[in-house]
Design a binder for this molecule. Structure first.
Ligand code: KMH
Ligand code: ZN
Length: 273
């Protein structure tokens, strides 16, 4: 089986220190969390950045400083800035980090409810616009897929040449959905993937580790981190993103799945590096 790519989503845009005091805001905290995840076995850091007061920002300069601080501590890790940002941001605001030419960036493949009256808007024109900009800059998109319809959108983007294979990482989120007992849905989704798409599963909250385990068994890849879940076990806050990655590594080892280094992840994803 292919080696396991672990992405650490260390910060997110919505989770705060009220949820877990170890959620990073400052440059130093973000670099520290990235290093902990990297040392534990993460090959990709999915990156949101914050102002020092914790408010989410897509400011290019803030990304530059955070990316440099991460690079100093994690020489070869793949840094994957978010182009999703936070609900309500404009397209141009969201796109800022791609102009730093990271190896990867996220490409959200559809619109979804984000709780209450919040809507995370990604129209077809927005998605194509983001995909074109990333292609021009040679950035590998990580396709953020929240439901089956978004997989169909990803396939359309590929068919029309807006995104290129051979390998494209797909991220599945189980956002606000009761996933317990619904493993069958994931089996169907993964079966529906053409070979050029690599599945990566992220479970939100208490579903993070069960879904990570399923991904490991089924040959998919895994994302964990404070963006998606702040607990290491029931009622116990994780001390760091590193602790969450360590748990995935432990499970993978028990199940006989080896962990990909950043360079091995680049090869699997078709990133030149
Ligand atoms: N914070 C969400 C509104 C991404 O990183 O591309 C969007 C998000 C997805 O987190
Ligand atoms: Zn994100």
């Amino acid at each position: 089986m292919e080696k396991l790519i672990i992405t650490a989503a260390i910060c997110g845009a919505e989770v705060t220190k009220k949820h877990n005091p170890n959620v990073p805001y400052t440059v130093e905290e973000i670099a520290r969390e990235a290093e902990a995840a990297y040392k534990a076995g993460a090959s990709i850091i999915h990156l949101h950045v914050r102002n020092n007061d914790g408010t989410p920002t897509q400011d290019k300069e803030r990304f530059r400083v955070c990316m440099e601080a991460i690079r100093e501590r994690c020489k070869d890790v793949i840094i994957q800035p978010s182009t999703g940002g936070a609900v309500g941001m404009t397209n141009e605001e969201r796109l800022q980090p791609i102009y730093l030419k990271p190896e990867m960036a996220t490409l959200d493949c559809g619109t979804l409810n984000f709780g209450g009256d919040d809507i995370f808007v990604n129209t077809e024109n927005t998605i194509i616009y983001f995909a074109k900009r990333m292609k021009e800059l040679g950035i590998k998109p990580e396709l953020e897929v929240f439901d089956k319809g978004m997989i169909d959108m990803a396939l359309r983007l590929h068919k029309k040449g807006f995104i290129e294979g051979p390998f494209i990482l797909i991220l599945l989120w189980a956002l606000m959905v009761e996933y317990q007992g619904s493993q069958g849905i994931f089996c169907l989704w993964l079966k529906a993937f053409p070979r050029m798409l690599l599945g990566q599963i992220t479970g939100i909250g208490r579903y993070e580790m069960p879904l990570a385990t399923m991904a490991i068994i089924m040959g998919g890849h895994v994302r964990v981190g404070f963006e998606d879940n702040v607990y290491i076990s029931k009622g116990v806050l994780a001390k760091s993103n590193g602790e969450l990655v360590e748990k995935v590594v432990r499970i993978a080892k028990e199940l006989g799945r080896e962990i990909a280094t950043p360079d091995e992840a680049r090869k699997i994803l078709g990133i030149k590096g």
